[in-house]
Design a protein around this ligand. Structure first.
Ligand code: HEC
Length: 176
């Protein structure tokens, strides 16, 4: 009985983690396996630095470019041609299999990484520091907040099952 409830608890923990797996985490995985060989967030590499890309280009443009940059370039898109020429006409490979959600997750990850860059490049003044440096804000610290939520959910699960197990513990001969 004990090991059975433990298995269920582990399963619940795992399921929760799957549900809560944030876009940032998903984006990080895709970015690391598919983009990091050429792109860094903070500086130019084989391809341009991607920090703030979602502000410079529309999401629609980014999706088209990632799916097939050469198609966009050949269609005469001036922004695509400009960046292609800046990077010495090194064609970025197509990523046609990435879904819109995949690309949005990658952008969520880049946004998160871009946010982490700011403290070193632009030190916060004490006045704004007080207002924005809240470690318990989901926006500022999604990792910590996810862990806290997970820990809470886990605790509730443990208590729930502990109560349940106690209630239904079969009465055996040993109890007499
Ligand atoms: C083989 C190297 C390579 C890989 C892998 C690669 N890129 Fe690129 N990327 C480039 C180059 C080079 C450019 C510059 C434009 C050009 O030459 O076509 C670029 C340009 C871009 C741009 C336009 C940047 C701007 O400032 O307009 C975006 C957005 C982009 N890449 C996203 C991605 C994403 C997302 C991935 C992963 C799914 C990825 N790239 C994978 C080489 C690569």
């Amino acid at each position: 009985m004990k090991s059975f409830s433990l298995t269920i608890l582990l399963l619940i923990g795992f399921a929760l983690q799957q549900v809560i797996a944030s876009p940032i985490e998903e984006g990080k995985k895709t970015f690391t396996s598919r983009c990091a060989s050429c792109h860094k967030v903070d500086k130019d590499f084989a391809g341009p630095a991607l920090a703030g890309i979602y502000d410079r280009k529309s999401m629609d443009w980014i999706k088209k470019f990632v799916h097939s940059s050469q198609t966009l370039i050949k269609s005469g898109d001036t922004a695509a041609i400009a960046i292609f020429e800046k990077f010495k006409k090194f064609p970025m490979p197509d990523h046609k299999d990435l879904t819109d959600a995949d690309i949005e997750n990658i952008m969520a990850y880049i946004k998160d990484e871009t946010g982490k860059l700011q403290p070193t490049s632009a030190p916060q003044s004490p006045a704004t520091g007080v207002a924005t440096d809240n470690p318990f804000s989901f926006k500022q610290n999604p990792g910590l907040m996810t862990s806290i939520l997970l820990a809470l959910a886990f605790l509730i699960g443990v208590i729930y099952f502990a109560l349940k197990v106690k209630k239904y513990e079969p009465v055996t001969d040993e109890d007499y």
